[in-house]
Design a protein around this ligand. Structure first.
Ligand SMILES: CC(C)(COP(=O)(O)OP(=O)(O)OC[C@H]1O[C@@H](n2cnc3c(N)ncnc32)[C@H](O)[C@@H]1OP(=O)(O)O)[C@@H](O)C(=O)NCCC(=O)NCCS
Length: 136
């Protein structure tokens, strides 16, 4: 059986995902709804988890979500992901989201930070060990 993985691959310099904020994503304040950003954080974390080891994953915990600055319609949001820990069946990914404002594309404004834990699951949806054989 392939060996377990304990050491994360180093982070990539490019974002896990990039997305343009749309008018449909706004809250009553006219800024971007936090739940939309959480969804993108979840996706970016999943992309990173799959890069670490090609399992099926479910999200078990979103932790320490810090909305530092508002996000606006027209912003280009870049979500960077770094795996901080690989356990037996779970791994934890830190997400840093930066916004490039439509009127100031040269500046990347740090807007949100979060930590997300994913669990590798088998066919029955039960946790399974994160294994070397599932890594490139
Ligand atoms: C994820 C799930 C399969 C884990 O089942 P479980 O019976 O709690 O599994 P275990 O207790 O064996 O824990 C499995 C791993 O998850 C970790 N874990 C469990 N609950 C956790 C939590 N709240 N926060 C962080 N890690 C957690 C454990 O530490 C363990 O990690 P390790 O193997 O690396 O040490 C189960 O809780 C589940 O299906 N949750 C719903 C997931 C889902 O549908 N997510 C989408 C959003 S609805």
């Amino acid at each position: 059986m392939p060996a377990p993985i304990h050491t994360p691959k180093p982070p990539r310099p490019e974002p896990a995902i990039r997305v343009v904020m749309m008018p449909r994503d706004t809250n009553g304040e006219g800024t971007i709804f936090g739940g939309v950003i959480l969804s993108y954080i979840d996706q970016a974390g999943f992309v990173e988890a799959k890069r670490q080891a090609n399992h099926r994953y479910v999200t078990v915990c979103m932790d320490k979500v810090d909305f530092k600055q508002p996000v606006f319609v027209g912003d280009l949001l870049s979500l960077y992901a770094e795996t901080s820990r690989i356990g037996r069946t779970s791994l934890t990914v830190k997400i840093n989201a930066f916004a490039q404002r439509a009127n100031d594309p040269e500046t990347a404004v740090p807007v949100t930070e979060a930590e997300v834990t994913f669990v590798a699951v088998g066919d029955e949806g039960r946790p399974m060990p994160i294994r070397q054989g599932q890594r490139d």
